[in-house]
Design a protein around this ligand. Structure first.
Ligand SMILES: C[S@@+](CC[C@H](N)C(=O)[O-])C[C@H]1O[C@@H](n2cnc3c(N)ncnc32)[C@H](O)[C@@H]1O
Length: 447
């Protein structure tokens, strides 16, 4: 495919049928044809039932899941539906989530009485997952109900405690003082589980009481600085946590490790019945950037050096990870090679993007291989993933991951398209027919 790019001028026109096309248009037509072929091979079908389940928007009404709004999460109903769809409903089912995020898969597994194991590289994500999946005694629940807010008093120079450069822009001094007073009070709680619940509650209101909101790849200043009151917000949050605890179903607590799932071998995981997860999308969003406020204020990181070290071990889905690591060749399917060739000849907003994509699929190859080796015969692996676009080319991450799944030994049962991304008319004209590949899908693999 790439030869066309090398041998002819991009703007030179070619006649095809009754129309003239530029070389770029012809190349895109070829990509479209190749993507369609993959769709046929992998039994790609749209299923609207999943449209609202692939994101976190419906979680507000779900106790425990609603303790923290995790924008990259999916709905617990997605996990239920998948288990039902694949007939994995026995309580003996052992579930893996190698990218636990805020723990949706693991919380659901626990509610169904299933044992599970999760990896999460971001210490903040690993922390909330742990808090949401523990069992709490009556006495612990009572301590939450009777927790009293501290008295407000002035603290001097609260900003200087943090190395985080933007700290003064994030909070009013009054709100940061209240955060620090709450931390001091919570740190006096002796029972570790109660302490952690209260601490998670504090972290989950930080965005509300700050001048920033999560948006795109990081933080954006709020348009209206409404000055939410930390103590008031915390009171509501503790009430919500208490409500979740009163409805909580006790079940097997999952094992959660704050480590990269690429370090699978360290944990002696043996027979997996089903893996249900959503890996980071290859869209350059850095989860360490998005959860910056929680990471710093929660004291999971205290220096930029520490932050850099942690984010380098994440899956290569953005430009802040380790792009220099040695990678193999096994993940490179024909379509991926064509995409990488095409992109390396394009003017991209960052020239490291082809390398990032190559490393992303290499990492995913390694993760899937490790999962395959530990999955029981007849077991499944289900991934939820969104496609992305670079250089006006849609990248069918879902179909490439299905190809990689096939390469490591799985059978690709189907790809369910849950939703197509809304696109602007500008994006439409840039991507042409390929715009339909901006979609979010479930890839269903079987051993
Ligand atoms: C799309 S989110 C998962 C959301 C989750 N399904 C939920 O509902 O909360 C992907 C997660 O993978 C984590 N992650 C990235 N690289 C990782 C790695 N190498 N090992 C384990 N987790 C990783 C990110 O920190 C992020 O929380």
């Amino acid at each position: 495919m790439n030869n066309i790019m090398n041998n002819i001028g991009i703007q030179q026109k070619f006649t095809l049928g009754d129309r003239k096309y530029t070389a770029t248009e012809i190349i895109k037509k070829r990509f479209f044809k190749a993507y369609k072929k993959l769709d046929r091979r992998f039994n790609v079908n749209r299923d609207d039932t999943y449209e609202y389940l692939v994101n976190f928007s419906q979680v507000e009404s779900k106790p425990i899941h609603n303790w923290f709004y995790f924008q990259e999460g999916y709905s617990p109903d997605l996990v239920f539906n998948i288990l039902k769809h694949l007939g994995k409903t026995s309580a003996k089912t052992f579930i893996l989530d190698p990218f636990a995020g805020s723990g949706t898969t693991l919380v659901t597994a626990k509610h169904l009485g299933m044992k599970s194991f999760g990896f999460e590289i971001n210490p903040f994500g690993a922390f909330i997952t742990k808090i949401k999946t523990q069992n709490y005694s009556r006495n612990e629940v009572k301590q939450i109900r009777t927790f009293k807010l501290p008295q407000f008093r002035n603290l001097s120079d609260v900003f200087s405690k943090y190395e985080l450069k933007i700290i003064r822009n994030l909070f009013s001094e009054k709100n940061l003082i209240m955060i620090e007073l709450l931390k001091k009070k919570i740190n006096r709680v002796r029972n570790q589980k109660v302490h952690d619940l209260l601490y998670m509650g504090l972290l989950s209101i930080l965005e509300t009481v700050s001048y920033y909101r999560k948006g795109g790849n990081g933080l954006k200043r709020k348009r209206v600085l409404d000055g939410a009151d930390t103590f008031q917000e915390y009171k509501y949050k503790v009430a919500q946590i208490y409500e979740g605890l009163t409805n909580a179903i006790h079940g097997p607590e999952p094992k959660i490790v704050c480590d990269s799932c690429l370090n699978f071998e360290r944990y002696g995981i043996k027979k997996i019945d089903i893996s249900i997860f959503s890996p980071p999308y290859a869209n350059c969003f850095d989860p360490f950037e998005v959860y910056k406020i929680e990471l710093w204020i929660g004291e999971f990181v205290s220096s930029y050096k520490e932050l850099r070290k942690k984010r380098r071990n994440a899956l290569t889905s953005n430009l802040n990870t380790n792009l220099a690591k040695t990678i193999g060749n096994n993940h490179r399917t024909k379509i991926l090679k064509d995409i990488l060739d095409y992109l390396s000849n394009q003017q991209l907003w960052d020239k490291r993007i082809p390398r990032m994509l190559d490393t992303y699929f290499n990492d995913m190859y390694n993760v899937l291989k490790k999962i395959y080796q530990r999955t029981r015969k007849g077991g499944n692996c289900v991934m939820v993933v969104g496609n992305s676009a670079y250089g006006n080319l849609a990248i069918p991450t879902d179909a490439i991951l299905a190809q990689i799944g096939d390469k490591v030994g799985f059978n690709v049962q189907e790809i369910i398209v849950a939703r197509r991304n809304e696109t602007s008319s500008q994006q439409h004209s840039k991507l042409g027919d390929l715009v339909e590949y901006l979609r979010e899908s479930l890839i269903i693999l079987k051993k």
